[in-house]
Design a protein around this ligand. Structure first.
Ligand SMILES: C[S@@+](CC[C@H](N)C(=O)[O-])C[C@H]1O[C@@H](n2cnc3c(N)ncnc32)[C@H](O)[C@@H]1O
Ligand SMILES: O=S(=O)(c1ccc2c(c1)CN[C@@H](CF)C2)N1CCSCC1
Length: 265
């Protein structure tokens, strides 16, 4: 238990702007080729939603952080999107983006790219406006609690997304598996879950904060999803090019999983 408390304490120094700088701005965030990791991630999400299988009233994002890229392809398929994060500073960064504050992070390269690969002729300002309208709740969360949102969600979510969260907040593998079980209670039986995460990463930097990450491999993630009652529909991995290792983390690759919570027996 103390190690989970230590993780929480380490996040008190998390700097959202530094995190965004390290991971979501050029040169690391490169859109110049479909083979780059950011286009690969956005394509995984766009293709999952393009199947038409993932839809409903409410989608919840677990550990949203200060980012919204992971919600861009979702917003056409849900009435309401719920963002969640452990840190008030991240929830405030999200609120400032939703309100269109001038100092908010510029996600337009991501929004333009997603509009292009979705091929619906949607203007990027339309998608930006749509996501801002649908991002109706920004809630505190702790995935290490059996009830991660504290009080129950009025209804389990129809679908769930989580990107780079579970492995980045779990001190060890059993904690990762328990956190996955905890967040699975927020998803309705039969609901779809899109999970993106870091492979074989042990740390990352976010300003003054140096965060520990539990290194995970493909097989570990697949096993944890199966143990939490998911059927895996799609699982892909991306091997990080050496040139992208600039010291802000030691990530070796990225995984994408499209899973579905099995219906009640
Ligand atoms: C590596 S960031 C991922 C952010 C974003 N989803 C992305 O794709 O970049 C991990 C996030 O988990 C949040 N976090 C830290 N401890 C948490 C906890 N116990 N429960 C839920 N989220 C937590 C952090 O505040 C941070 O925003
Ligand atoms: O999309 S990424 O693969 C990415 C994006 C976010 C993160 C990581 C990797 C690895 N560390 C995570 C800490 F938990 C956060 N990417 C890394 C290369 S440059 C562009 C961003």
């Amino acid at each position: 238990m103390s190690s989970i408390i230590a993780v929480g304490e380490s996040y008190q120094k998390f700097n959202p702007r530094a995190y965004l700088q390290n991971n979501y701005m050029p040169p690391r965030a490169d859109f110049s080729s479909e083979d780059c990791v950011v286009p690969w991630k956005l394509r995984c999400l766009a293709e999952a939603f393009a199947t038409g299988k993932i839809h409903g009233h409410t989608l919840i994002d677990i550990g949203t952080g200060p980012t919204i890229y992971q919600l861009l392809s979702a917003c056409d398929h849900f009435e309401e999107i719920i963002a969640t994060d452990y840190l008030a500073v991240n929830r405030e960064v999200l609120r400032r983006w939703v309100q269109g504050e001038p100092d908010a992070f510029d996600w337009s390269p991501y929004i333009k790219h997603v509009c292009r690969i979705e091929g619906k002729g949607e203007q990027w300002k339309e998608k930006e406006k749509k996501l801002r309208e649908k991002l109706k709740q920004i809630l505190p969360i702790d995935v290490h609690q059996p009830k991660p949102l504290g009080s129950e969600l009025c209804h389990p979510a129809d679908a769930m997304v989580s990107t780079f969260c579970l492995e980045a907040v779990s001190p060890d593998w059993p904690s990762f598996e328990r956190a996955l079980q905890n967040i699975t209670t927020l998803l309705k039986p039969g609901g779809h879950f899109l999970l993106i995460g870091a492979l074989e990463e042990s740390f990352y930097l976010a300003g003054e904060a140096k965060l520990s990450v539990v290194p995970v491999r493909e097989a570990d993630v697949k096993e944890a999803l199966a143990k939490s009652g998911y059927q895996i529909h799609d699982f892909r991995s991306y091997v990080m090019p050496p040139g992208l290792k600039i010291g802000v983390d030691d990530v070796s690759g990225v995984f994408f999983a499209h899973a579905q919570k099995k219906p009640m027996a």
